[in-house]
Design a protein around this ligand. Structure first.
Ligand code: 2AM
Length: 170
């Protein structure tokens, strides 16, 4: 099974991101828009594993306090034609990603070591990136949990399912 660790979005935050996707659509940008339920921030991409148990055990070792995030400007990964929502988070997402990755390493779970760039993928294979007119959402959310996610292709569509979550300690 294909696994990754992510921050999933609150309903209100997700709704504001969906509005941004709608604004991009209105601008005529074509591509594969991320489905509402799949919008997330990746902390660590693990990839294929026979079982989620070692990753579960690793997440049990991660402790963190709740923190606020808000939307920032949009960004563009030119190499993969991805338009993404940037985030304002006082560096907390990268710090949390580091904790997750350290715990995975200690548990012997492999992961993609590319530096974490906090983002929410909005459109893959975007036809262009002409988004200066798009307003930045004002919604904020409190990060209160991290999820171990499973990624499957079901009827040609990628579907993410939470297998386990670790709550912040307030
Ligand atoms: P993303 O974070 O830019 O959206 C599940 O595949 C998630 O893990 C995707 O959302 C994907 O991109 C992210 N990811 C990070 N590194 C990856 C890799 N090497 N291969 C596939 N997905 C990766």
């Amino acid at each position: 099974m294909r696994l990754f660790v992510a921050l999933m979005l609150s309903d209100a935050f997700r709704a504001s991101i969906i509005n941004t996707q709608a604004a991009l659509r209105k601008c005529g940008i074509k591509g594969t828009y991320t489905a509402p339920d799949s919008l997330h921030v990746t902390l660590a991409f693990i990839g294929e594993q026979k079982s989620p148990s070692a990753a579960n055990d690793a997440l049990k070792q991660v402790s963190f306090s709740p923190f606020e995030i808000s939307a920032g400007p949009l960004g563009y990964f030119r190499s993969s034609s991805i338009i993404w929502q940037g985030l304002e988070d006082n560096g907390n997402i990268v710090m949390l990603a580091e904790k997750v990755r350290t715990a995975l390493q200690r548990s012997g779970v492999p992961f993609d070591g590319k530096p974490a760039v906090p983002h929410i993928t909005l459109i893959r294979r975007a036809s262009s990136f002409d988004a200066e007119k798009i307003a930045v959402p004002t919604e904020t959310m409190t990060v209160e949990r991290i999820d171990l996610m499973r990624s499957d292709v079901i009827s040609g569509r990628r579907v993410y399912t939470s297998l386990f979550y670790r709550k912040a300690e307030s």
